[in-house]
Design a protein around this ligand. Structure first.
Ligand code: SF4
Length: 496
């Protein structure tokens, strides 16, 4: 399959030109100097926030704008509690499947269904070329996990040296990667805490780091050389996504000493990054029972100084294989409601295989629902407008408008038309769910018409009764019309 996609527009070349060549070009650095960058203004418009609020949040570290100066095709977005809840979609090839063209096609699907960010998790062939194609085609931030490419470059994972690893980080930064997952908090001393776990270390990056440390008997090089990483990130404005390499891989391991031990380290690293004006977000679990989600979010906010939280799921049960976009979207909606800033989608193929295009669509829509539900629950500005518009269209039987406002218009149309496909039914006052006779919304329209025609309504009668001091109650008459049963009244007292 040939890649016929047109490249994304150049949005930022002129914006970043004056910043080039400086030792620190980050949005955080500018924000702390009091500068409102073009990226901040762009974000403020998108989010319906004041530009000064965006600047203040970025300066404080509670919001990040992942925007590498070499990703000029980027249309900036923000991740933080003050902005809408975001959704990330993971794509990328593996040694067992997918081509460059298929990955670019997956990016198109992600963009079509509203991904706010995309992570290229390629571990197979042509990692650099896949990433280049994605960056040049993507108006959304692209994130990576550099250890995957670092491992792919060496014959054996244990052969990896720190210099090889840093080379990969620098090369990806130069290419334009907007944020990188770095498992810098998986410390040597935390690894024994995983020994009694049901599923050990389930993060790919976390398990590779642990294996390297155990074999070489050395501390995590990302932690030991964190300042070198910060130099690179400051030079290109790469946001660090501090990875949760010790996240729980099952409910039994949730909220254990290893997970929370690592979270404490991530808090320490957050402060170190902020001292160098490097933007940071914190990755979170994983598999967490519903009753522990709020506590997980609160601990992250407290221990990591309110740096944006970015969670994978979490899955709220382990038994949903084949449906883990649902088990995890439940947890994601809750996490978003409690204040998580970005949700990393999970597809139905989770734990089972490499997702295809249809899995990407299903996972993404599940997460768009979760993020939107969180925005509504947090009363974010304008969050419910689309719901209300769709509900109005639904109530007036404007089917085409209902489809248009749905998160997946094609799926909504397809399901409707499966039983009523003629154009005539696009204005029909029913669908095949209840049929014309039992369509409650159509009946409700009739009730409104009766009310408009002056027919006494229970409400009107009740209010009359109440005005007169009577209690009143509602019954149905033989004809099916709702009538007010008037209570027996005390006879007036006899005249003196
Ligand atoms: S038939 Fe039932 S499901 Fe369909 S529009 Fe009417 S009330 Fe809604």
């Amino acid at each position: 399959m040939a890649n016929t996609r047109t490249p994304a527009n150049d949005v930022r070349s002129a914006w970043v030109a004056p910043r080039r060549g400086r030792a620190c070009v980050t949005q955080m650095y500018e924000a702390r100097k009091g500068v409102i960058t073009e990226e901040m203004t762009f974000v403020a418009k998108r989010e319906r926030l004041a530009p000064e609020l965006v600047r203040a949040e970025v300066a404080r570290g509670r919001m990040i704008i992942p925007a590498n100066i070499n990703h000029v095709e980027l249309e900036p977005m923000a991740i933080g509690i003050a902005s809408s809840c975001k959704v990330n979609a993971n794509i990328g090839n593996s040694a067992l499947g997918s081509t460059l063209e298929e990955e670019v096609a997956k990016l198109d699907i992600c963009l079509k269904y509203g991904a706010d960010s995309v992570m290229d998790l390629s571990t197979g062939k042509r990692i650099r070329e896949v990433r280049e194609a994605l960056l040049r085609a993507s108006p959304v931030p692209i994130g990576t996990v550099p250890i995957y490419e670092a491992i792919e470059r060496v014959k054996e994972p244990l052969d990896l040296t720190w210099h090889d690893f840093l080379d990969v980080i620098e090369a990806q930064a130069k290419q334009g990667v907007d944020y990188m997952t770095l498992h810098a908090g998986v410390l040597w001393e935390l690894i024994p805490l995983t020994k009694d776990r049901l599923t050990g270390i389930v993060s790919r990056g976390g398990s590779l780091m642990a294996q390297w440390m155990m074999y070489h008997g050395k501390q995590n090089p990302l932690y030991a050389h964190f300042d070198d990483v910060l130099d690179v990130c400051a030079r290109y404005d790469v946001a660090i996504s501090l990875g949760d390499g010790l996240r729980p891989g099952c409910l039994a391991d949730a909220s254990d000493a290893a997970q929370f031990g690592e979270l404490r380290v991530l808090g320490e690293l957050t402060k170190r990054a902020w001292e160098r004006d490097v933007q940071v977000m914190i990755e979170g679990p994983g598999h967490v029972p519903m009753d522990q989600i709020e506590d997980n979010v609160k601990k992250q906010m407290e221990w990591c100084h309110e740096a944006p939280f970015y969670v994978l799921g979490p899955l709220v049960t382990d038994v949903g294989a084949g449906y883990d976009h649902i088990t995890s979207a439940i947890g994601a909606a809750m996490a978003g409601w409690y204040g998580t800033a970005m949700l990393c989608y999970v597809t139905p193929k989770e734990h089972l295989g490499l997702p295809n295009a249809d899995d990407v669509r299903n996972g993404l829509i599940a997460y768009k629902i979760a993020a939107h539900a969180a925005d509504v629950a947090r009363h974010r500005k304008g969050a419910r407008e689309r719901d209300d518009q769709l509900s109005r269209a639904r109530y007036r039987f404007d089917w085409n408008e209902q489809f248009r406002l749905s998160l997946d218009p094609e799926r909504a149309r397809e399901f409707h038309d499966a039983t009523l496909d003629h154009e005539h039914f696009k204005t029909a006052e029913f669908c095949s769910m209840c049929g014309p006779k039992f369509c409650s919304m159509r009946i409700s329209h009739d009730v409104e018409k009766l009310a408009a025609a002056g027919t006494p309504t229970p409400t009107a009668l009740l209010s009359t009764e109440q005005r007169e001091g009577g209690a009143g109650c509602i019954t149905e008459s033989g004809s099916g019309v709702v009538q007010l049963a008037r209570p027996e009244r005390e006879p007036p007292p006899p005249a003196e």
